[in-house]
Design a protein around this ligand. Structure first.
Ligand SMILES: Cc1cc2nc3c(=O)[nH]c(=O)nc-3n(C[C@H](O)[C@H](O)[C@H](O)COP(=O)(O)OP(=O)(O)OC[C@H]3O[C@@H](n4cnc5c(N)ncnc54)[C@H](O)[C@@H]3O)c2cc1C
Length: 429
């Protein structure tokens, strides 16, 4: 008999939720998390869409350490000295289940794991799982962590984007640099009221703000800012293959963004209290490995479940939903006494029926669009700035007809290229 019904590797969004579901179904569940504290090593820009959390924890609003409800979406196209911003707010964004909140992962993951523990899951912290145990047929029958070998009827890999185990489990090959981005972030502390005033938010609500263009010095990627209760999360995500050609390292780009006239006044006087860096899988559905093999399942970013659309990054709601479905399917397979790949087929089906695989399929063409449309990051922000300068700068010289002023600006990109890019963008979304 195995030591445990189930072992979950990693206690991020996917792992803690999978463990909660298994333990709630009375399965003897062990979570192994390499961080001394759950969430200590985890990172996101910081905005969580709540719908998937509500499906597992209907009471989350009164319990979860949520920072600010996001009431403003801002998207800025920046050049070195200009910024054109779209600011969107709507009642629909605030309706329960369509709303989103900024979160800080150290606190949020700690809460998620406390839910799994209260449901009965056991935790071992501070030890990394280094390998999988397999029987002669190749079926996964447990894990190797430090000097220990621990067996289980099912192992769920929720060990995130840098999974060392997914290759062993399902033969996942290392992703190409063009399908991976690097993300860096600083948390900048400021008084709660100062953040509300500077971001023009009401009732303690907050903003999600993305920056395209000079944030990454024209390279594929962008900057992000999320308002927490008493801090601001500010960072950059940039595609690795494109960063090779950058003249400045990414951490310098972040310092430049902090000094940009669109950002500096918002963080002025703030104290950097945290730095972090992490990979972001950007390849979408096309880079996803198989989700199951005999005795093992993958959930969250260990299976590359993440999308980066330039105006939004989503991974946490996918990880929570995948963790929920993985935990439930594993519990059902344990009840049937069949944790082979065939016995776990309900997991794939549940994800196919849910937003997780449907979204990833919907956006499967977007990574290629972003990679092949580099004008988005340089020429278009510049074009917008030139158009705005034409409209708003008054210097006493006679004003030329708008058509005449706009013609050379549009010509820099070319009308055909613009039409091609708009068409490509619409097709990819
Ligand atoms: C810069 C950046 C910005 C982002 N912004 C957003 C955003 O705004 N909104 C959003 O929804 N998503 C965002 N994401 C994506 C989101 O953070 C991830 O999709 C999400 O955290 C994935 O959850 P997970 O549970 O799969 O993995 P993780 O949260 O990475 O958890 C994996 C866990 O496994 C543990 N672990 C790893 N290896 C081992 C091992 N061998 N043994 C034991 N434990 C192990 C880790 O310590 C960790 O606790 C962002 C990501 C980055 C990097």
């Amino acid at each position: 008999m195995a030591d445990f019904d189930a072992i979950v590797v990693g206690s991020g969004c996917a792992g803690a939720v999978a463990a909660h579901e298994l333990a709630s179904a009375q399965k003897n569940t062990l979570v192994i998390e390499r961080g001394e504290r759950n969430g200590a090593k985890n990172m996101s820009g910081g905005r969580l869409y709540t719908h998937s959390l509500a499906a597992v924890f209907p009471e989350y609003k009164t319990e979860a350490p949520l920072e600010r409800r996001i009431a403003h979406e801002r998207l800025s196209f920046i050049t070195d000295d200009a910024c054109t911003t779209v600011d969107f707010s709507s009642g629909q964004m605030l309706v329960p289940n369509s709303d989103s909140y900024s979160v800080l992962r150290a606190e949020f993951d700690e809460w998620l794991s406390s839910k799994a523990e209260s449901a009965g899951a056991e935790y071992i912290n501070g030890i990394a799982v280094e390998g999988l145990l397999k029987d002669d047929s190749g079926r996964v029958i447990g894990v190797r962590a430090g000097d220990d070998e621990i067996s289980a009827d099912i192992v769920i890999l929720a060990d995130g984007v840098n999974s060392l185990l997914s290759k062993e489990a399902v033969g996942f090959k290392a992703p190409l640099p063009s399908t991976m981005a690097v993300g860096i972030k600083q948390v900048i502390e400021l008084p709660e009221a100062v953040i509300s005033d500077r971001l023009l938010s009401q009732d303690g609500d907050g903003a999600a703000w993305l920056f395209v263009g000079d944030a990454t010095h024209g390279h594929i990627g962008g900057g992000f800012m999320y308002t927490n209760r008493a801090s601001i999360s500010l960072g950059l995500v940039a595609t690795i293959s494109d960063l090779f050609t950058a003249k400045r390292p990414i951490y310098q780009m972040l310092e430049d963004l902090k000094a940009h006239s669109a950002v500096a006044p918002l963080i002025k006087g703030g104290k950097v209290v945290e730095h972090s860096g992490h990979m972001v899988p950007e390849g979408g559905l096309k880079m996803m490995p198989p989700l199951t093999a005999d005795g093992v399942m993958l959930a969250g970013e260990s299976a590359m479940m993440c999308i980066n659309l330039g105006y939004m990054v989503r991974g946490m709601d996918y990880a929570i939903a995948a963790g929920m479905h993985a935990g439930r399917a594993a519990a059902a397979a344990l009840n049937k006494g069949d944790t082979s790949a065939a016995g776990l087929a309900d997991y794939q089906k549940a994800l196919e029926d849910s937003f997780v695989l449907q979204d990833l399929r919907q956006f499967s063409g977007f990574p290629h669009f972003m990679e092949s449309t580099t004008r988005l990051f340089k020429e278009y922000p510049q074009m917008l700035s030139d158009v705005m300068n034409t409209l708003f700068v008054v210097d006493g010289r006679p004003v030329a007809p708008l058509k005449k002023s706009l013609k050379p600006i549009v010509k820099q990109v070319g009308l055909i290229n613009m039409l091609k890019d708009v068409r490509g963008g619409i097709k990819a979304l």
